[in-house]
Design a protein around this ligand. Structure first.
Ligand code: TPP
Ligand code: MG
Length: 317
């Protein structure tokens, strides 16, 4: 792995973590309308995947989407402003946490409807194929979403039409309070790929280098016209499902075990052990990221709220 790329991945993962820690803090101060679903613990998936994408490649995100958008290049300022419901945000403050979109960087949007993003990414794949470009479309979704009909229909359609889509299942073992083992007998969701005649791989989703490697192969396949791949990343969310969920359904030992496998600390250890950069280099990155997150908070707080009349703008008639 190229050293520069490794350091950049560390910076992005840290950016997502510190950004969300701020979002959590601001939520506690009643500054975030609606709810929030934090991505902490799963950063290696978004960053490992997006590190292989070009600006004009597409992603479709989920309700747990801040990390996907930041990894694809979303502005921290505009993302924070949207989460705080300000008019300088990505959707002019009218969408909030679950509706970050920016077509200029290929973020086709997030959706609160579980599994709804999967056919959207498949449609983007069809559009790429018809336009004959070398773009790819990536779809992020959870273990819960993989039980929706949309998952099965989309994989089948992408398979027969050899669409350039990469289906990335973030298996964090739970869909709200429901454990994967309660709702499916399949242990590895990637096994479902064989039902559609496409490759499926299960990887350690807390190892950003493994995620990046698997994505690189899937992207190459997609760009060469060989069709879709299903990548299952085993990971874990550090917090509850959404802001008010204390996650009492998770055994304490399980949580502690996964906290020890934190993807950011893991990459930091690798960077230091391999001498890619020194301790002071890491401290410098931490300072820079903290500064940019603080700036995003300031930008958002200083921005105005949308006017009530603006609710009637940007609507389809
Ligand atoms: C169609 C639909 N059904 C149910 C819900 C309620 N809901 C919101 S998130 C969620 C769990 C999703 O789990 P998963 O796909 O594993 O994603 P994760 O939250 O673990 O990232 C559910 C059931 C919804 N938003 N949409
Ligand atoms: Mg899940």
């Amino acid at each position: 792995m190229n050293m520069e790329k490794t350091v950049e991945m560390y910076r992005k993962m840290l950016e997502i973590r510190l950004f969300e820690e701020k979002v959590f803090e601001l939520y506690g101060q009643n500054l975030v309308p609606g709810t929030i679903h934090l991505y902490a613990g799963e950063e290696a998936v978004a960053v490992g995947v997006c590190s292989n994408l070009h600006k004009d490649d597409y992603i479709v995100s989920t309700h747990r989407g801040h990390g996907h958008c930041i990894a694809k290049g979303a502005s921290l300022n505009k993302t924070m402003a949207e989460i705080l419901g300000r008019k300088t945000g990505y959707c002019k403050g009218k969408g909030g946490s679950m509706h970050i979109a920016d077509f200029n960087i290929g973020v086709l949007g997030a959706t609160a409807v579980v599994g709804a993003g999967i056919p959207i990414a498949t449609g983007a794949g069809l559009s790429i194929k018809l336009r004959r470009t070398d773009q790819v479309a990536v779809c992020f979704f959870g273990d819960g979403a993989s039980n929706q009909g949309t998952f099965h229909e989309s994989l089948n359609m992408a398979a027969i039409w050899r669409l350039p889509v990469i289906f990335v299942c973030e298996n964090n073992l739970y869909a709200m309070g429901t454990r994967q083992t309660q709702v499916m007998l399949t242990k590895d969701i990637a096994d479902r790929a064989s039902a559609y005649g496409i490759p499926g791989v299960t990887i350690d989703g807390n190892d950003v280098l493994a995620v990046s490697q698997a994505t690189e192969e899937a992207v190459l396949r997609a760009r060469s016209g060989d069709g879709p791949t299903l990548i299952e990343c085993k990971t874990y969310r550090h917090k509850g499902h959404s802001r008010f969920d204390p996650a009492a359904y998770r055994p304490k030992e399980e949580v502690e075990d996964w906290l020890r496998k934190d993807p950011i600390n893991r990459l930091k250890r690798h960077i230091l052990q391999e001498g890619i950069i020194s301790d002071s280099g890491i401290t410098e990155i931490e300072k820079e990221v903290t500064r940019s997150v603080d700036e995003a908070v300031q930008f958002a707080k200083e921005s105005a709220f949308p006017t009530p009349e603006s609710a009637l703008e940007d609507v389809y008639v």
